[in-house]
Design a protein around this ligand. Structure first.
Ligand SMILES: [Zn+2]
Length: 179
């Protein structure tokens, strides 16, 4: 059992039991504090809509970076031809899909956001959003798997990724037992 809801010495704030339970379902042994620790480990936020770095350059690991680059290049071959590009870039990720709010290449240390789409005025939502995106950067977790873990099997087909952020906001940031 995790020390549910308990204060951790030397750390400010605490998380609710629901937060502990959900985070443990996302990844066995994972605790909310692990996500906070990753956040303070120098992860940056940048505007992805202007970033001309290629996908493989944005990844922390060259092997997974090249693999991701190959998938994007294949899936968007027509777009690349149309724009005279050899490789799909971070900014193209936002250009091809206006619904993408954020893109976090695994291990790259940067969370790319669509600056115009985020509600930056709401601190609780931003904090929840950060916890969600860190799951991608730090542990390479997929939205589909996280949705199923938090909302039950099959949630991946019914809920948008934004519901992950909403879950963190309700259960780990602003809800009862969180401070
Ligand atoms: Zn996500």
């Amino acid at each position: 059992m995790s020390p549910a809801g308990a204060d951790r010495p030397g750390e400010a704030g605490r998380f609710s039991d629901t937060c502990y339970e959900g985070v443990g379902k996302i990844k066995s042994g994972l605790e909310p504090w692990d996500i906070v620790a990753a956040a303070s480990n120098g992860i940056k936020i940048a505007d992805g809509t202007t970033e001309t770095m290629t996908i493989s350059q944005a990844y922390g690991d060259p092997i997974s970076g090249r693999a991701a680059q190959a998938v994007f290049n294949r899936d968007h071959a027509a777009y690349l031809r149309q724009h005279g590009l050899a490789d799909f870039r971070v900014k193209d990720r936002f250009a091809v899909d206006s619904g993408v709010h954020a893109y976090t290449p695994v291990g790259g240390g940067v969370i790319y956001i669509s600056a115009g789409l985020l509600q930056t005025s709401r601190a609780d939502r931003n904090q929840a959003f950060l916890m969600h995106e860190i799951l991608h950067n730090e542990w390479g977790l997929d939205d589909s798997d996280v949705l199923d873990a938090l909302y039950g099997k099959g949630a991946r087909d019914k809920r948008p990724p934004a519901d992950i952020t909403e879950w963190f906001r309700k259960n780990c940031v602003s809800g009862k037992g969180n401070s």
